[in-house]
Write a protein of this length. Structure first.
Length: 98
């Protein structure tokens, strides 16, 4: 597995990073989530929103990639299985969380 996700963002990258949403993800730590997706390219920012009332994450995460190509490579991978659960990935048409 690559360690590119732990490195600094390349300086020649465009300022507009691309995002995807991961649903039904059982991982609740950013390092685990980043570790899974770093194999497809640089992972800029991951967000795992927690529900403070129940103390668990909401099973919907946001992953930020450095380029459209890296996002495309991720979406082309048919099976994203983490902890035995198949995650659902999609690219939102409108996105304003970051």
């Amino acid at each position: 597995m690559s360690t590119r996700g732990a490195m600094e963002l390349p300086t020649n990258i465009e300022h507009q990073l691309v995002h995807c949403i991961c649903q039904k993800n059982p991982l609740d730590h950013l390092s685990e989530l980043r570790g899974h997706f770093v194999q497809f390219g640089y992972v800029g920012k991951c967000t795992v929103p927690f529900d403070k009332e129940i103390g668990f994450h909401r099973s919907m995460d946001w992953i930020q990639f450095a380029s459209e190509e890296e996002l495309h490579n991720t979406l082309l991978q048919e099976n994203h299985v983490t902890d035995g659960v198949k995650c659902l990935l999609f690219y939102p048409l409108c996105f304003s969380v970051f």
